[in-house]
Design a protein around this ligand. Structure first.
Ligand code: AMP
Length: 149
């Protein structure tokens, strides 16, 4: 029985964990780094998705990448914030799952990623799943199992 329950949680679809696209702070590839930094600082997030005008996921941009890009050989060069676009600095490798992927896939991606992007079958961005949400759910589930045993 215990084994069946463990199987069940790992196979559960991740749809219910998605923070929908409308609630996700994002920037566009052509935005300046200054704009991206403002969005990141004001939202309090470490990294956010980069979406094009068709709402397709193009990459991720982080505070660390922006800060790294304005550091010159001997000094910080803040002018680069205006002169550089998000697309020049963003990372184009990121964790991404389909909305019908199982819990275990998202959990495994979350080991190395604080959030995972979710796309539909055509590659349209649907939202994100955060590691904290997955862990909170897993924690609740394991405590529940402990009470029942
Ligand atoms: P959290 O687990 O809520 O601390 O979120 C972990 C990371 O997921 C944040 O640092 C952001 O990079 C990303 N994130 C969470 N919620 C959002 C959101 N609403 N919009 C954009 N990024 C988010």
């Amino acid at each position: 029985m215990q084994n069946l329950q463990e199987y069940h949680i790992l196979q559960q679809p991740i749809e219910s964990f998605i923070i929908s696209a409308e609630e996700v702070a994002h920037v566009q590839p052509d935005n300046s780094l200054e704009h991206a930094l403002l969005v990141l600082v004001k939202s309090g997030y470490t990294a956010i998705p980069v979406l094009d005008t068709a709402f397709k996921l193009r990459g991720l941009i982080s505070k660390a990448q922006i800060l790294d890009s304005i550091i010159g050989i001997e000094k910080i060069e803040p002018d680069r914030l205006h002169n550089t676009t998000v697309t020049e600095v963003m990372s184009t490798t990121f964790a991404c799952v389909k909305k019908n992927s199982p819990f275990e896939k998202a959990l495994s991606f979350s080991i190395n990623n604080p959030f995972i992007c979710v796309e539909d079958e055509k590659g349209a961005f649907l939202g994100i799943i955060t590691r904290s949400k997955l862990l909170a759910y897993l924690n609740g589930y394991l405590h529940d199992q402990k009470k029942r045993s």
